[in-house]
Design a protein around this ligand. Structure first.
Ligand SMILES: C[S@@+](CC[C@H](N)C(=O)[O-])C[C@H]1O[C@@H](n2cnc3c(N)ncnc32)[C@H](O)[C@@H]1O
Length: 309
């Protein structure tokens, strides 16, 4: 991941009136990505298991909707275990032409490219190390695009960004291109806290470690409390740190001083939960047609197959 992107994101977030740490910095080439991989294996972290079940069951059905010579572009490819299920089905149907993993994590891109090159030697693998938006601008001329945005990464965007993101996808795709959007559905709060509260604590505190290392900062994690909250009405699950005392943190790499007040909340991430109706509305507003919706057996998660009209 480019240091500039990291530095700019952190400084922008910590100098805003409502301080925040953007969720793109959770994934680095060190411990950050390892925490994510541990989370994927945790039995309480249902989103990964449910989407895995969906793609194990329905990859062939999804493939049936797609044309020949598909180029799969994977927005935030990660470690790619779910992508593999889709690529396997497309390959079996003789429809797979190329695979473009997109990620800001260099380590993920190297690993996934190496692994998939071995599994699918006959296809082009064209990794793009960039954020979603710059990457889409680079790849938009590819024919028969099939975009993947899995793992409820869409739910990490705020409400305005969600609608804008779908419009952006529409503007950088062509009629007949598809998007598979993996979404976490609204459910009992207890299930959400089990999946997200304690399972993410160490990963969240790791953010301070990363900032201290990469920006020569002097965050003391003992001066912050970890806090999560959920609104059943909006479907927004949020993570925060709360400063226990008024104190100043110095980021030597940029010469920036950040003051934290006692009880000040620092927003460190969100994960929206959805109902079908709001997704249908947002997709339609963006000019994307719902081709099909695939669910796991508990109906905790859904993969929406959307088509550029
Ligand atoms: C929640 S993981 C999802 C991984 C995989 N698609 C899955 O469903 O398991 C998010 C992935 O997106 C990457 N990522 C996060 N923010 C990004 C951004 N703004 N642009 C590109 N990749 C991003 C992370 O490095 C990470 O690999």
């Amino acid at each position: 991941m480019a240091t500039n992107f990291f530095t700019e994101s952190i400084i922008k977030g910590l100098t805003s009136p409502q301080k925040y740490i953007p969720d793109s910095v959770y994934y680095d080439d060190n411990q950050g990505s390892i925490y994510f991989e541990e989370l994927l294996l945790n039995p309480d972290y249902y989103p990964a298991h449910c989407e895995n079940e969906i793609l194990n069951t329905h990859s062939e059905n999804i493939t049936n909707y797609l044309p020949q010579n598909v180029t799969v572009a994977d927005l935030g490819a990660g470690e790619g275990s779910k992508t593999k299920l889709i690529l396997n089905a497309l390959n079996k149907a003789g429809k797979l032409k190329a695979y473009i993993p997109i990620d800001i994590s260099h380590r993920y891109l190297v690993n996934i490219s190496r692994e998939f090159k071995k599994m699918f030697p006959q296809i082009d693998i064209l990794p793009v190390e960039a954020d979603y938006y710059s990457a889409m601008q680079k790849i938009s001329t590819e024919k028969n695009l099939f975009l993947l945005f899995l793992g409820n990464s869409f739910g990490n965007l705020d409400k305005n960004e969600q609608q804008e993101f779908l419009k952006f996808i529409h503007s950088y795709t062509k009629p007949g291109d598809f998007l598979l959007l993996g979404l976490d559905l609204k459910k009992d709060e207890k299930i959400l806290h089990r999946a997200y509260r304690e399972t993410c604590r160490n990963w969240c505190f790791y953010l301070f470690e990363r900032i201290n290392r990469e920006l020569q900062a002097d965050f003391d994690k003992n001066l912050f409390e970890y806090h999560t909250e959920y609104s059943a009405e909006t479907g927004e699950y949020k993570w925060f740190f709360i400063s226990k005392t008024t104190h100043t943190v110095y980021l030597a790499a940029t010469g920036t001083e950040i003051e934290f007040k006692e009880d000040e909340k620092i927003f460190i991430g969100r994960s929206f939960k959805f109902d079908e109706a709001e997704i249908i509305k947002m997709a339609q507003n963006a000019g994307l047609e719902i081709t099909d919706i695939f669910y796991d057996s508990k109906k905790y998660f859904a993969d929406f197959l959307l088509k550029h009209l």
